[in-house]
Design a protein around this ligand. Structure first.
Ligand SMILES: Cc1cc2nc3c(=O)[nH]c(=O)nc-3n(C[C@H](O)[C@H](O)[C@H](O)COP(=O)(O)OP(=O)(O)OC[C@H]3O[C@@H](n4cnc5c(N)ncnc54)[C@H](O)[C@@H]3O)c2cc1C
Length: 304
């Protein structure tokens, strides 16, 4: 069997692509390594910015996407993609189970992961006070105290965004100067409810069910302290899920180079969602990519 398209990833981009592919009458398959649908969004407690579904949990949103794809008889396979072999008018996908799947086109919707700090307590409290997305979760800290970890543009922007809601924002930076844009630095320094803690690293995120405090180490003085906060936003960069051989051209950060039509440097291979080069990585833009990628697939198949 050679599919019209194989979609890899079961986050918003992959599941949206699945829905559009089925409705377009394409023979399609969704390959995903995780049995939990929704990708990254399944890890967040509440989604407040997806139109029409305010306050839905990330897990429930993922399940709704999957239900919709199921209603259209989408075929799913639980496996990890290891390698893509390009044979021109068809591609072979090598999976971890040792089998190969043949398809005329591939929609890569592998997503991205926020870079982790890698400290104790961080992984355990994701979605319970540890967040990687201030745009998504910032509003939950209205009149609360929260911290941002990082020193680049994203960390500075996150601190400014959070300061609109939170009573106090601590910006924890491991150096004594910021590498972010000066205009942002100036704004941060001029914002009354932001306190910058320089030369300091987070050694541990503490809390039983939710974040209660951060254990800090001042790298210059060696002094240790505990900072009580209800939330912490890690803004130390993101990294795309690109541990696959044979991927199309990537930018310097590893994101697959593709525009709104999701076309990559390899004909017949499309990149949708957080995996591709883009301005805003959110559910709504990932779902939009899924739809656009299928439109590009249809045009490609029509010209084949
Ligand atoms: C904590 C948190 C809160 C967030 N809150 C919001 C919010 O409130 N609103 C909002 O709009 N956005 C939010 N986001 C961002 C949003 O989740 C992402 O933008 C969106 O999920 C991207 O969708 P995607 O389909 O591109 O990728 P992902 O959601 O990352 O899904 C990719 C899928 O591909 C699978 N995969 C990866 N590699 C392979 C492989 N080699 N083989 C097989 N499968 C593979 C992964 O397991 C994953 O299931 C949040 C993100 C996080 C982490």
């Amino acid at each position: 069997m050679r599919y019209d398209t194989v979609i890899v990833g079961n986050g918003p981009a992959g599941l949206s692509a699945a829905i559009y592919a089925q409705r377009a009458g394409l023979s399609s398959l969704v390959i995903a390594e995780s049995p939990v649908d929704g990708g990254q969004i399944a890890t967040t407690y509440e989604v407040d910015n997806y139109p029409g579904l305010k306050g839905i949990s990330g897990m429930e949103l993922g399940m709704k996407f999957r239900e919709h794809a199921n209603q259209l008889d989408t075929e799913f396979l639980e496996a990890r993609l290891l390698e893509i072999e390009d044979h021109g008018d068809y591609k072979s996908l090598i999976l971890d189970q040792g089998e190969a799947v043949e398809t005329k086109t591939v929609i890569l919707a592998l997503g991205a992961d926020h870079r982790k700090l890698g400290v104790p307590g961080e992984k355990e409290l994701i979605g319970s006070g540890v967040s990687y997305c201030a745009t998504c979760d910032g509003a939950f800290y209205r009149k609360k105290e929260a911290a941002v970890v990082g020193g680049g543009d994203v960390a500075l922007e996150d601190a400014l965004f959070l300061a609109r809601f939170a009573s106090k924002v601590y910006l924890i930076h491991r150096r004594d100067t910021f590498r972010g844009a000066k205009v942002l630095v100036d704004q941060v320094l001029a914002t009354e409810n932001i306190e910058v803690i320089y030369d300091t690293v987070v050694e541990k995120v503490s809390g039983n069910i939710k974040v209660e405090s951060l254990e800090l180490l001042n790298k210059k003085t060696g002094e240790k302290s505990s900072l009580p906060v209800q939330g912490v936003f890690m803004a130390v960069g993101t990294e795309p899920n690109v541990d696959v051989k044979g991927l199309p051209q990537q930018d310097e950060k590893g994101y697959i180079i593709a525009g709104e039509d999701c076309k990559t440097a390899i004909e017949g291979i499309y990149a949708a969602g957080d995996l591709r080069t883009k301005q805003l990585r959110q559910v709504i833009t990932a779902a939009a990519d899924g739809a656009n990628a299928v439109t590009s697939v249809q045009r490609y198949l029509n010209h084949m």
